[in-house]
Design a protein around this ligand. Sequence first.
Ligand code: ADP
Length: 259
Amino acid sequence: MEQRGAHISFSHVGLVYDDGAEDTEALHDLSFEAQPGEAIALIGPSGCGKSTTLHLTAGLLASTTGEVAVNGNRVGHPRQETAFIAQDLGLFPWKTVLQNAALGLVIRKVPKREAYDRAHAALDQVGLSGFDRSYPKELSGGMKQRLALARALAMDADLLLMDEPLSAVDALLRESLQDLLLDLWKDRGHTQMLVTHSIEEAVYLGRRILVFSERPATLVADVSNPQMGEDGWRDSAAFAAKCHEVRSALAQGGEGRAR
Ligand code: ADP
């Protein structure tokens, strides 16, 4: 596997949303590192600060205290090499599938011809070839997810951040999209960080699972999951045992202690 992932470091990171009337402390003294090529799943109670963590990594938010760095550089604004798939997928209904897939590149000022060539290749990779001239409203839910993924792939990112990208699709489709995400991660070797509220999804797609506490989020468990990605993993007894381990960490908010 080609190693092309980014390194992430959170060092004593705190984030307070200042909304005028009331401050909300979303993160408190959060520290962790992700090695190049790691696949991390973030899981924790609703509203604990998972999306905030992703936005900080993407450079869409600045920390109140502490430092977030990618490849050793403090993240002050969105990097060229970071792809972010938001919960709502961020597709533009008035743009074609090809234009939507090329958008990340066009925003980054890649020449149009090259952007469209790369977008076209990425659409192929996610099984959407032939839909270049369609519009998002003509696509099924699963195809829209594939399109959002194609946009990220076209950017040739070393860091792929995803905020519950599969939460709106039904169970079977979700499994096939999870398989696609897994295959792409194995092929490309980028660093991946996925926010999910599904224990099974975290255990299927996270080589490492970070379990957050209630807000303000701190790390209550850092669960390594070395068998992730092996053949038959989803149906194995070890998979069920790992789900149990993560469920216990979530419930007890402390079993398995952060390292
Ligand atoms: P999660 O992704 O774990 O559900 P978030 O990171 O979205 O949680 O939010 C963490 C906390 O910060 C929540 O209490 C949420 O209401 C609050 N929050 C998120 N965004 C903002 C904002 N822009 N202004 C004020 N509070 C916010």
